[in-house]
Design a protein around this ligand. Structure first.
Ligand code: EPU
Length: 416
């Protein structure tokens, strides 16, 4: 199993190009199932989760041609309407094939995702929404089996805001008969990116970017070209890295208008930020100041940035109070950060982080994707060497993170 060996205390300086967003690329790849024509994608990140999704889609009969960050999808020969347990258990986002398969082919069999390190993460809202659109759904032998001659438009209010739930129902609604109204829809930029691709494919969607999506179903969708939106979480992660380690880095090929709350907290921590529409420069010369926040749905503070900011608070001046409201178990990094000398106490859904003068490197274990990123950030700021184990979590969602970080002066190597 690969590990990362990081020697902390190096200032970061230089430029990093940001990749396409994982959480936009995954639903967008599934949208290739919605048409028999070719969907041309660019800015697709090199990630293990993208590879897993491509493997799953290939098994279903989707034609796939890859050339660097470009992927061409062709859905004319899709014939296997199933996502097996072996795939879904490695990547929950596999559930995103459910809506498109059911809408275009009238049937889908998708394994129920099991538990997850960060929370129970049920998919009841995906199922409830498809049932409201007339699908007949049974759960048997661990599989969701959905059938519908043709889905019918419906008014659906999900019990909570769900990102992949909104994406699944949105894709399903594009080919349903009549109008679907999705109330309480997720407004994450990745949902908007998917919606923009669907519109380019001929879907009729109003209210993009709002909590009320209105979709007029069409008989079929056609091919289109689309560039995946920049990864705001990768952007935020590198900004936290420079905030913790100090230095001066410029991130390119990114978007600053979808990161407002994160940028506000970084300024509060003392980072000097300058930006244009597709780049951002971060300069940090002092010890960070502690920041407090509570995670919420977009445009609030993203749960996918919680762990990285916690790493920053570990070495900050003052006390940070961090509340996690999206997932019930997303503090797995706390014990590992404490092994590096952090002083974090958990009280229910809130972590109290008392900034310490220094962290000291130690062997630590990654438990999920963003937890891994927080350990890398802490290690960059720590004295001495940190060995981060189980970095397959990191490879799932960050595009060659150690290459990008060593390019700006970090002492970080992958060891086999
Ligand atoms: N929920 C339900 N029932 C459902 C759906 C969701 O109870 O049917 C609950 C979840 O258990 C959770 C909350 O609703 O407590 C929100 O979950 P959501 O469905 O929005 O999460 P997701 O769609 O499974 C996506 C991202 C996550 C990100 C969350 C929240 C993808 C592929 N994944 O997950 O990304 O944390 O939204 O923003 O888009 C990551 O990249 O590290 C990651 C975990």
């Amino acid at each position: 199993m690969d590990k990362l060996l990081i020697t902390g205390g190096k200032r970061l300086a230089g430029e990093i190009a940001i990749s396409g967003a994982k959480n936009a690329a995954l639903p967008i790849l599934c949208a290739g199932l919605l048409t028999a024509e070719t969907v041309q994608l660019s800015n697709v990140p090199h990630l293990q989760d993208v590879n897993t999704m491509l493997k799953l889609l290939r098994q279903m009969g989707l034609g796939i041609e890859q050339d660097g960050d470009r992927v061409a999808l062709n859905g004319k020969a899709v014939d296997k309407l199933e996502a097996p347990y072996e795939m879904v258990k490695t990547m929950r986002a596999s559930i995103l094939v459910l809506g498109p398969l059911l809408a275009r082919f009238g049937e889908a069999k998708v394994s129920l995702p099991g538990g997850c390190a960060i929370g129970s993460r049920p998919v009841d809202q995906h199922i409830k929404g498809l049932q409201a659109m007339g699908a007949d759904i049974t759960i048997e032998a661990g599989y969701i089996h959905a059938r519908a001659k043709r889905l019918k438009g419906a008014r659906i209010t999900t019990d909570m805001i769900t990102v992949t739930g909104t994406e699944n129902l949105l894709m399903a609604a594009t080919l349903a008969e009549g109008e679907t109204v999705l109330e309480n829809a997720a407004r994450e930029p990745e949902v908007t990116d998917l919606a923009n691709l669907l519109v380019a494919m001929g879907a009729k969607i109003d209210g993009i970017g709002t909590e009320r999506l209105v979709i007029q179903g069409v008989d079929q969708l056609h091919g289109a070209s689309h560039a995946v939106i920049a990864d705001r979480i990768e952007t935020g992660t590198f900004l936290c890295a420079v905030a913790a380690a100090g230095g001066d880095i410029t991130l390119t090929n990114t978007r600053t208008d979808i990161l407002d709350v994160v940028l506000d907290r970084l300024r509060e921590a003392g980072v000097v930020l300058t930006s244009g529409p597709d780049w951002i420069r971060a300069q940090m010369a002092a010890r960070p100041k502690a920041v407090s926040f509570r995670t919420t749905e977009y445009p609030g503070f993203p749960t996918d940035m919680q762990a990285q900011f916690m790493a920053l608070d570990c070495i900050a001046e003052g006390v940070g109070r961090i509340s996690e409201t999206i997932f019930e178990n997303r503090f797995m990094h706390v014990q590992e950060l404490n092994r590096l000398g952090a002083a974090i106490e958990i009280d229910g859904h809130t972590a109290l982080v008392k900034g310490v003068d220094k962290l000291v490197g130690a062997p630590v274990m990654a438990t999920d994707l963003r937890a891994s990123a927080s350990l890398v950030i802490a290690a960059l700021a720590a004295q001495g060497q940190t060995l981060v184990d189980r970095i397959y979590h990191l490879d799932r969602g960050y595009d060659r993170m150690e290459v990008k970080l060593s390019g700006v002066g970090a002492d970080i190597v992958r060891v086999k």
